[in-house]
Design a protein around this ligand. Structure first.
Ligand code: AMP
Length: 426
């Protein structure tokens, strides 16, 4: 029989790497709490039309990367429904915002999420078909201040603080404005017209995008197309006064907070819902898939999926890529327990379990050996998994004085049971 493996583009996360994932998530939660964000958890699958309407039919994600299936009706009263594993989480958050009438609170909603997303992309390092995103959204009615450029700047400043707290050094923030939906529509037409004479010399994708979604041409990475793209009209020249003022205010607030950024007029991002501010944080340690996170403002998204006017701004960071970056910056310390308890003989196994329980309740990480092991084997196992070995023989049990050997120093010490916790915690 052939052996079963994790599906292409998915993978198992094993210790000790999972402790890095946990540390990243704990740090993110702490930072989000300082900015007064609360956690939202939305379902992993949604009605397909949420993504078609929210993310955009013409995007790569919706047109070719979604895991979609027809969910069969189980009863006469049910209709079959097209469902999709979420390829991103913003549409789900905005759906929940509308469904629970969060706008009626009159307050800004500041929500973060951590969880798996699914896209049928070509797998490579840093790009998976199941990957995890840590993201946040600030959304609310305009009366709550949701359109203020200060919200954009605060989200970006929070991201700078989060990356710093994670110990990720050397990131770059690239920022752009794609304008209001009217600006974008105008620019789209300018771009469409400018592409007519040059598109035939471009790659196949660009030829298709020149007709269906001209903005996407700016994402093209094909080297031969770059001089043509650089000569195209820039979105900055299509922004109206309000969009220009908004963008200038975001940049001024970033300057005041000393958050460094680079302007990139080609940054339009792969999802249709973005308006005005768009941004990406990249890191050199990641190679081809160098985007750590991306995001932007989505002032019309709620209305696009049938909700009230609810401008918002958010981002999604690739947790897999945070892990890769941290691994490239530091060598992870091996995960070891505080002590390994070695019972000398199977008759001492119950006493060893009792001792392990006592030490674990005191907060220590304990590996429990087995009395059937010879002492040499216990020492070998302990050396690989713990900082110290505690030997529990008949004598030790009777006297209450335990023999502890610390592997780093090589010293062997007799320790009374009452002092064992303090001794091992050192
Ligand atoms: P997006 O939702 O496309 O704006 O992506 C936001 C971030 O999610 C990116 O900057 C990546 O860090 C991460 N990401 C997107 N797609 C993948 C993927 N297939 N595998 C791993 N990370 C991804």
């Amino acid at each position: 029989m052939s052996t079963l493996k994790a599906v292409r583009g998915t993978r198992d996360l094993l210790p000790p790497e999972t402790s890095l994932w946990n540390r990243i998530e704990a740090t993110a939660r702490q930072v989000f709490a300082r900015y007064n964000f609360g956690e939202i958890r939305t379902p992993v699958f949604e009605d397909t039309s949420l993504f078609a309407r929210g993310v955009g039919e013409e995007t790569d994600i919706v047109s070719k990367e979604m895991y979609t299936w027809e969910d069969r009706a189980r009863a006469q009263s049910e209709k079959p429904q097209s469902l999709t594993l979420r390829p991103e989480n913003t549409a789900g958050v905005v759906r929940a915002y509308i469904e629970h009438k969060l706008g009626e609170t009159g307050q800004l909603q500041k929500l973060y999420y951590i969880g798996p997303q699914f896209r049928r992309e070509r797998p490579q390092k840093g790009r998976y078909r199941q990957f995890s995103q840590i993201g946040a959204e600030v959304i609310g009615p305009p009366s709550a201040g949701s359109e203020s450029p200060l919200r954009d700047a605060e989200v970006l400043e929070m991201l700078a603080a989060l990356l710093d707290a994670l110990g990720i050094t050397g990131w770059t923030l690239e920022i752009n404005s794609v304008g209001s939906s009217a600006d974008r529509a105008r620019y789209n037409e300018v771009l469409r017209a400018a592409l007519i004479p040059v598109a035939p010399q471009m790659c196949g994708d660009c030829q298709r995008r020149a007709v269906t979604n001209p903005l996407r041409v700016l994402d093209c990475k094909v080297p031969e197309d770059q001089p043509i793209i650089d000569a195209l009209p820039k979105i900055t020249d299509s922004l109206d006064e309000a969009s220009k003022t908004h963008f200038a205010a975001v940049l001024a607030a970033l300057d005041a907070a000393a958050v460094p950024y680079t302007r990139n007029h080609r940054l339009v991002r792969g999802l249709d819902y973005y308006t005005r501010t768009t941004f990406e944080f990249t890191h050199g340690g990641l190679g081809a898939q160098n985007a750590l996170l991306g995001g932007g403002r989505y002032d019309g998204l709620s209305e696009a999926i049938g909700g009230p006017k609810a401008p918002g701004i958010g981002f999604a960071m690739g947790e897999d890529r945070l892990v890769l970056t941290l691994q490239s910056l530091e060598s992870a310390p091996p995960q070891v327990a505080d002590a390994y308890i070695a019972p000398l003989g199977e008759s001492l196994n119950p006493a060893a379990l009792a001792l392990a329980r006592e030490l674990r309740l005191a907060g220590l990480a304990i590996e429990l050996g087995d009395g059937s092991f010879r002492l040499k084997k216990s020492f070998e196992a302990a050396d690989k998994t713990a900082r110290s070995i505690v030997i529990l023989g008949e004598d030790e049990r009777a006297s209450g004085i335990l023999t502890v050997k610390n592997f780093a120093s090589g010293t062997q010490t007799k320790v009374p049971r009452t002092e064992l916790v303090a001794f091992l915690a050192k």
